[in-house]
Design a protein around this ligand. Sequence first.
Ligand code: GDP
Ligand code: CA
Length: 323
Amino acid sequence: MRITALAGGIGGSRFLRGLLRAAPDAEVTVIGNTADDIVLHGLHVSPDLDTVMYTLGGGIEESQGWGRSGETFAVAEELAAYGAEAQWFTLGDRDLATHLLRTQMLTAGYPLSAVTEALCDRWRPGVRLLPMTDDRVETHVVVPAGGDEDGAAEKAIHFQEWWVRLHAEVPARRIVLVGADRAKPAPGVLDAIAAADVILLPPSNPVVSIGPILAVPGVRDAVASAAAPVVGLSPIIGGSPVRGMADAALTAIGVPTTAAGVAELFADLLDGWLVDTVDADAVPAVEGAGVRCVAVPLWMTDVDAAAAMARAALDLAEEVRAR
Ligand code: GDP
Ligand code: CA
């Protein structure tokens, strides 16, 4: 079975780890979000690709769900001693090796997809990990400028500055995917969607993780017209984003922070949608939009729980395929 999944960082990778346990013989292709990528100290950092690579490759710091295990911070301390920016984005020493190599290869002219493949040679994540595009796409967030929340003045900041430095506490007026309209899907992306037996939308941030992948020209259409059933899992449980601040991103695009609200955002793509058991009352609304909806536990407390979610998603895919 060929499974293609679109994924952000933590939510996506935890789900994928469960998927590999639930379907050990499947050929899994992951299309990763690169709109969170940022250049720091001259280095190209791809947070979501690395979270997937480290999580599936056994190198993740489990306690936080991102970064390398056994990390040290000597370089970050030295940079701080110089007063170097941006101190709000901490890069560990082990993690830096990844960014050094990535930058070295990009500078030598390799596309990000080739670089990602090379990095995965070490980590053996058990999936084919593709960046959504080899082109530069950056999520920017438009916030009020000058501390006046109601004022007309505004500025666009990099997503990471809003998310990591400002903890998404400053309300976003708009979210802009800079470069998305001119980006091309990376090699293999459209083929992986067209050739899939099942397409999965893991519980990743719908606005800044899944959203940018679908915004790469051709990707949303490919998913919509794919022969395979498309099944998603709600990243929202009981009106809360579980981990992180996805509610702030949803509010910015005018979507309610509910399991049904996110389903509606993807309704044109979805054949099936899983909501948590506490959101069982959302099932009729989702089914009213023409999407088969089932309530199952969606807390990824451990790999077994994520595997059970993956099994439920694959079961739902079989059910809607038969319809
Ligand atoms: P990021 O790029 O690291 O922010 O990770 P993703 O975009 O892949 O996933 C982040 C989203 O995962 C969060 O906004 C949560 O809504 C969702 N999430 C995290 N943990 C869980 C969980 O245990 N269950 C569910 N259903 N969603 C989760
Ligand atoms: Ca991310």
